[in-house]
Design a protein around this ligand. Structure first.
Ligand code: GDP
Length: 480
């Protein structure tokens, strides 16, 4: 670390108004210092309380990092499966689940949970997490060490016997909020994957009394594919703290994502090369993220029609003018070029859109160029380059001026929140038909919590007023 020298040379705007720590070596993570050259500055309020909370967290993380004696002390409890009184360093471990979009949402959710509960967040470096993100905390690591006693992360699922839900159901845990830490196990697994909804006891994670119990446990492991942040706002004891950190509720992912998720130098190289080759010198950048889910099937032909209908009806892209294209009066209006970035697993949508603006001029004379960095055809698992491409495309989307994304896609959510842009959601097809209207504008920039809990806690938060149904996903909730 170059503490001191870096602090003196890095201006405050480069640190995003104090959001980022000055205590880093620039070369280790170029994106941390260069993203501001590509992405617009945040127009949203950043509270000084959040900034001081982050600086305090960084100190705690350093104090409790895996190379310290305090970490060894906490790890001893895990190894012996024996709790003593509350320890100085308590941890939450994150393990990856789902695609890159899901992972970015759960990393931020878990980090917010760590901030709220004074835990240190460490992550399991699965093979396909290598060389994706930079270390986010100065002078420290966020990876669990290789000699860590918990190894089989895949084995933790809805039935895991050391899950909080299972232990409560089988009286294996003393769920009296007044019980001392020594009466509790040193480790508990918090199952927050979508199927937790079918089990009342997993859902108690979002209840005040249960949070008081869990907070006394030295180690927790979270596995989730959900953006649980709106759920955390509904836990009464976190309400005030969250209000202070995020006076504008919808900015949670926007700020914490910009703080935490810096792409590695390899991924950043891809982003910069692509952006500078195809997207840099235009008047307006339009990101279109298209995904076909098995729960809303639609042909690519119809998906294309839906995108065209949306972008034309909402005046996002100029309409083609087949007649004028043939006339000698047509002159390109080069000062107003639009660049469309298509992010999709398939090449079809891009080919058709490109063809439309290649073979015809537009009614306004504006030129529309269409680009797609990759078409991987299908989602792949445990493939590093595949994930790096996905992450690059999310970042390229986040440099857009306007975004059109697919309803329910976490890939799209992350691009929009990082950008600070309310997207147009391509609405989900019903009965394989193009929906009418084809798209709808989001009300906020934050992501949707798809598997929101139905409430059955004893105490209920007033913060329900900060939560509404998502525009794009049935039964989901989001902050506003
Ligand atoms: P979600 O399934 O849309 O919520 O988004 P996720 O990112 O969680 O999972 C989708 C995964 O499929 C991504 O992580 C990629 O691996 C892949 N994928 C989906 N769409 C794209 C795309 O437009 N570009 C690339 N490169 N990969 C994609």
């Amino acid at each position: 670390s170059t503490k001191g020298t870096a602090a003196a040379t890095v201006p405050n705007d480069q640190l995003l108004g104090g959001l980022l720590s000055p205590d880093f070596d620039e070369q280790s993570c170029l994106s941390r210092y260069q993203t501001l050259l590509y992405r617009k500055a945040s127009p949203y309020f950043l509270s000084s309380y959040l900034i001081s909370k982050l600086r305090k967290y960084e100190q705690l993380h350093k104090k409790c990092s895996p190379d310290t004696l305090l970490f060894q002390k906490s790890m001893q409890q895990l190894k012996t499966n024996h709790s003593t009184d509350q320890l100085e360093c308590n941890y939450v471990i994150w393990s990856p689940l789902g695609g890159i979009g899901n992972r970015m949402l759960t990393l931020v959710s878990t980090f917010l949970y760590a901030l709220l509960t004074n835990r240190v967040m460490l992550i399991h470096k699965a093979t396909d997490m290598v060389d994706l993100f930079c270390e986010p905390f100065p002078g420290s690591t966020w990876y669990i060490p290789s000699d860590f006693p918990i190894k089989n992360f895949e084995g933790y699922n809805v039935h895991a016997q050391n899950s909080y839900g299972y232990m409560v159901a089988n009286n294996l845990i003393n769920d009296d909020p007044n019980s001392p830490p020594s009466a509790l196990p040193p480790f508990v697994y918090l199952h927050l994957q979508w199927d937790y909804l079918n089990h009342v006891l997993h859902k108690r994670f979002f209840c005040e009394d249960d949070q008081n119990v869990i907070n006394k446990i030295n180690w927790v492991l979270i596995k989730s594919d959900n953006y649980i942040v709106p759920g955390l706002f509904m836990v009464p004891q976190y309400e005030q703290e969250l209000e202070k950190m995020f006076p504008q509720k919808e900015t949670v992912f926007h700020h914490l994502g910009r703080y935490l998720l810096h792409p590695s130098n390899s991924v950043w190289g891809m982003v910069v090369r692509y952006h500078n080759s195809y997207l840099a010198k235009v008047k307006e950048r339009i990101g279109i993220q298209a995904r076909i889910f098995h729960w809303a099937p639609i042909s690519t032909d119809d998906m294309f029609k839906q995108i065209v209908a949306c972008t034309h009806e909402e005046l996002i892209l100029p309409k083609p003018n087949p007649v004028q294209s043939k006339s000698s009066s047509w002159q390109p209006n080069e000062t107003t070029t639009h660049a469309v970035l298509v992010a999709s697993l398939y090449g079809d949508l891009y080919e058709r859109l490109k063809d439309m603006y290649y073979t015809q001029s537009t009614t306004t004379g504006e030129i529309v160029s269409v680009h797609q960095p990759s078409h991987e055809e299908k989602q792949q698992f445990e493939q590093q380059l595949h994930n790096q491409k996905a992450l690059s495309e999310i970042l390229l989307l986040s440099f857009s001026d306007v975004l059109v994304t697919t309803s329910g896609s976490t890939f799209g959510y992350v691009g929009c929140s990082l950008a600070g842009i309310k997207p147009w959601f391509l609405l989900s097809a019903k009965d394989r038909k193009i929906p009418d209207p084809p798209c709808r504008r989001a009300i906020t920039i934050d992501a949707c919590f798809h598997s929101a809990p139905d409430f059955n806690c004893k105490t209920r938060s007033k913060a329900v007023r900060h939560v509404r149904h998502c525009e794009d996903y049935q039964n989901g909730i989001k902050l506003f």
